[in-house]
Design a binder for this molecule. Structure first.
Ligand code: JDK
Length: 222
């Protein structure tokens, strides 16, 4: 998979060289390129924003600069992802779908976001364009939202996870997002013991108990 991200803050993406995502790049499973939007400006002040038509607070990112940045990245196999608080909610199903893509381009806006015609334009050109939100809260820009998506998507790529057994287990439970409580050694910590059943060696009973615990958790969440 190839990932391009366009941003006025390339430094936000430094963590992508760490951990499993960093390893995936070293092994060639994943290629990531970060592009500084300001390098596509042609005015003396390198401006990327302007006042909104119709008035109102804040600034909007200029469409021409985004066009200059995105045109050379877009290919027939590209999925263009525009982060916005008003987008479709990102979830595990979307992560799976996007993990099947050859090429993801993340457009990370700042200020009040990117001129709406940018997404319109690439959709009209026949590209797959996704306006996406990672949750109902307002971030300062699209960078952190992109990092969240990149982590959720790339861990699903074959060979990226250190322990692929955890992915297989996930694929069996993903619908209800069932998570049971986890324990490791020591068996007693600060007066708290690990449930006896987990020490029993009875794998059928353990699976049943974990299912019940997960159900209980799901109940408490809703
Ligand atoms: C991309 C800029 C900041 C955008 C105005 C008015 C009510 C806010 C700030 N899930 C999620 N949360 N936030 C983002 C995200 C924020 C972004 C950008 C993604 C680019 N910002 C921004 C818009 C407003 N808006 C109506 C909501 C304020 C993604």
């Amino acid at each position: 998979m190839k990932i391009d991200a366009v941003t006025i803050f390339p430094e936000y993406f430094a963590p992508l060289s760490l951990s499993l995502i960093g390893k995936a790049q070293e092994s060639g499973l994943l290629e990531v390129a970060i592009h500084d939007l300001r390098s596509f400006t042609s005015d003396n002040h390198h401006s990327v924003d302007d006042t909104p038509y119709g008035g109102g607070a804040g600034m909007v990112m200029k469409p021409e600069i985004w066009g200059q940045a995105l045109d050379p990245l877009m290919k027939p196999e590209t999925d263009l992802i525009i982060l916005t608080p008003a987008g479709r909610r990102f979830n595990q199903k979307m992560a799976h779908t996007l993990s099947q893509s050859e090429h993801l381009v993340f457009a990370c806006g700042r200020y009040e976001g990117i001129d709406a015609r940018v997404g319109q334009h690439y959709a009209a050109q026949g590209f797959r364009v996704h306006e996406v939100s990672i949750g109902d809260y307002v971030l300062g820009g699209g960078e952190v939202a992109s990092l969240v998506m990149i982590e959720a998507i790339t861990r699903l790529l074959p060979g990226v996870l250190g322990n692929p057994d955890s992915l297989i287990e996930e694929s069996h439970v993903e619908e209800g997002f069932l998570e049971y409580p986890n324990y490791t050694k020591p068996a007693i910590w600060r007066d708290l013991s690990v449930p006896d059943i987990l020490l029993s060696g009875n794998h059928g009973a353990i699976a049943t108990w974990r299912g019940e615990q997960a159900q209980r958790r799901a109940q408490e969440q809703s």
